[in-house]
Ligand binder design. Structure first.
Ligand code: ASP
Length: 590
């Protein structure tokens, strides 16, 4: 039905007879001449109709926005002075000769260029209209290019694309499962995979050696900003490669991806131990574009007569840290109040600060509601440790280590954005040497990655000190976002059993939930490891979008529902009966 895409026409097509199909983006009537901006997924071109071609002119005149039309015409250069350098097709226009309306459209729920005036709920309800916006089409096109690149790269490196089941058993990745009731096994449920983790490990036992899959994963997580209940991973597993080799290969993949798709040169990725990331940036996914750092000052505060500082300074789980903002002395009271409110989201009960007006005058040169509590020698030591200069401001966090890290870590990023402190556009790194476990609030321990991650110590050492044992895990981080994470896995049954035991998973539960894995580890399991990248996050960063919803064709809303299809929905009683399910409460059906 067409010879060209609208958005592809250039000066080299002048004098060609062409046929276009697309949507009416805008219609303008300029003194007897009709201009139609015609749009398809590749872009927009201007079509002109003269009144002498009566029938076409009348039809074009009757068109409204979003009508689907076919135009036959001649490409010509735009008259001198009317070129539009902002439009890729702005040097040309099409003289419309034949015109056909393929389908009409009601007035769309929003004008494409006015999408910002409607809420995201309206955009998601009419997503097929929203996706017609050239920016959205560009994002989906890049996403397609990214997955094609990844497939080619991995294929060329000997990886096999192997599908794993969607109806399966739970794989613990730290979220709730989506459950699917079985009709044939009454009272039994499948779980949708939180990741293909165990299947990819079993593929290694099967000798597949190098596996990948662009896999849908499902996690029923609490409502957190920018999470989707279903999302896509680039899932990778290999045998007989150590962490250095896996990291080198996947780093190469990401570097080549950025170069080939968005012409960005990423520098070699530095490697940072988890402990350093937490100490210096308060986060295990530090945004290294921001030059601010957390500096521990607990030791200086142990004896001060100020409980807010001395309490955490003397507590094993506490931390007092400073965050210096160079030239931050110019921040107003109001700005500081806003930041105080901001850190309260992370549990901080206040945000102490010192403005360094004159570093040489420890009595009168420091402006701060708390400085009176600090002896002169502490003030001097503080300024020295933070290398504070006149005009700087120091924020303080004093609480449990967790609260201080989260609050100052988030404040660091907020200041970086608000004060435009970014030193570069892209800052990738690897974070390594994660602890195996972390303490839970109920006194237990939980795996930081997942329970199949290999420790870098022996089972005995791990048992002796579970919370200090490190794992062979690695995360790839870009601009403060975790792009992907993985690990070398446990490939020996004894070690796997030990880790389950430490996680308080008893022998019976081990057999019930993971018996198939423990069996497989007995039948010649090779050393193996892998990782998974979040495709949505990757494309979000590459397109400069501010949410993963912007790069998913049909995302769920923030309440984990589909605004368009109204899923999830109630189902007929008959269907429930077949599944042997009875609802505890009657759900209103109207
Ligand atoms: N299964 C892990 C995850 O989804 C990734 C991996 O360890 O390969 O985070």
């Amino acid at each position: 039905m067409r010879s060209h895409y609208c958005g592809e026409l250039t000066a080299s097509d002048v004098d060609q007879q062409i046929t276009l199909c697309g949507w009416v983006h805008r219609r303008r009537d300029h003194g007897g001449v009709i201009f139609l901006d015609l749009r398809d997924r590749e872009g927009i071109v201007q079509v002109v109709f003269d009144p002498d071609l009566e029938a076409s002119f009348a039809l074009a005149d009757s068109c409204r926005n979003e009508f689907v039309v076919q135009v036959k015409g001649l490409v010509r250069a735009r008259p001198a002075g009317t070129e539009n350098p902002d439009m890729p097709t702005g040097a040309v226009e099409v003289l419309g000769q034949e015109f056909d309306i393929l389908n009409k459209s009601e007035t769309p729920p929003f004008q494409l260029d006015e999408h910002q005036s409607v809420g995201e709920d309206v955009r998601l309800k009419y997503r097929y209209v929203d996706l017609r916006r050239p920016e959205m089409a560009a994002k989906l096109k890049l996403r397609s290019k990214v997955s094609t690149f990844i497939r080619n790269f991995l294929d060329q490196n000997g990886f096999l694309d192997i599908e794993t089941p969607i109806l399966t058993r739970a794989t613990p990745e730290g979220a709730r499962d989506y459950l699917v009731p079985s009709r044939t096994h009454k009272g039994h449920f499948f779980a949708l995979p939180q990741s293909p983790q165990l299947f990819k490990q079993l593929l290694m036992v099967a000798g597949m050696d190098r596996y990948y899959q662009i896999a849908k994963c499902f996690r029923d997580e609490d409502l957190r900003a920018d999470r989707q209940p279903e999302f896509t991973q680039i899932d990778i597993e290999t045998s007989f490669m150590d962490e250095g080799q896996i990291m080198a290969l996947t780093e190469k993949m990401v570097v080549e991806l950025f170069k080939s798709q968005i012409n960005v040169d990423l520098d070699a990725f530095p490697t940072m131990p988890y402990s350093e990331a937490m100490e210096t940036y308060g986060s295990d996914k530090p945004d290294l574009r921001i030059p601010l750092q957390l500096v521990t000052v607990s030791d200086l505060m142990k004896d001060v007569d100020f409980k807010v500082f001395s309490g955490p300074a003397n507590d094993d789980n506490g931390r007092v840290a400073g965050l210096k903002v160079p030239n931050g002395g110019s921040l107003t009271r109001k700005q500081i109040d806003t930041y105080t409110k901001f850190v309260s989201i992370y549990g901080a009960r206040g945000l102490a600060y010192i403005k360094v007006n004159d570093a040489s005058d420890l009595e009168a040169g420091l402006q701060s509601p708390i400085v009176k509590f600090l002896p002169l020698e502490v003030r001097a030591a503080l300024l020295e440790r933070l290398e504070a200069k006149n005009g700087d401001l120091i924020f303080f966090g004093a609480d449990t280590e967790k609260v201080v890290n989260e609050a100052l870590g988030a404040l660091r990023c907020k200041l970086g954005e608000d004060l435009e402190l970014m030193t570069c556009e892209w800052a990738p790194l690897w974070v390594v040497d994660f602890p195996m476990f972390e303490a839970t609030s109920d006194g237990g321990i939980t795996a930081i990655h997942h329970p199949f991650t290999a420790p870098s110590c022996t089972p005995e050492e791990l048992e002796a000190s579970p919370l200090t044992g490190l794992s062979r895990a690695y995360d790839m981080v870009l601009n403060g976002t975790e792009l992907g994470g993985g690990s070398i896995r446990i490939h020996q049954q004894e070690m796997q059993t030990k880790v389950f035991e430490l996680l308080n998973i008893g022998a019976e539960e081990q057999q019930d939930k993971f018996g198939f894995l423990l069996d497989a580890l007995k039948f010649g399991c090779p050393p193996h490891g892998g990782l998974a990248f979040g495709l949505d996050r990757l494309v979000m960063l590459m397109t400069g979008s501010n949410s993963i919803r912007e790069v998913i064709a049909f995302p769920k809303t923030q309440s984990a529902a589909c605004a368009m299809t109204q899923a999830p929905s109630i189902v007929a009683t008959k269907q429930l009966r077949e599944l042997n399910i009875k609802l505890r409460e009657k759900i209103a059906t109207d």
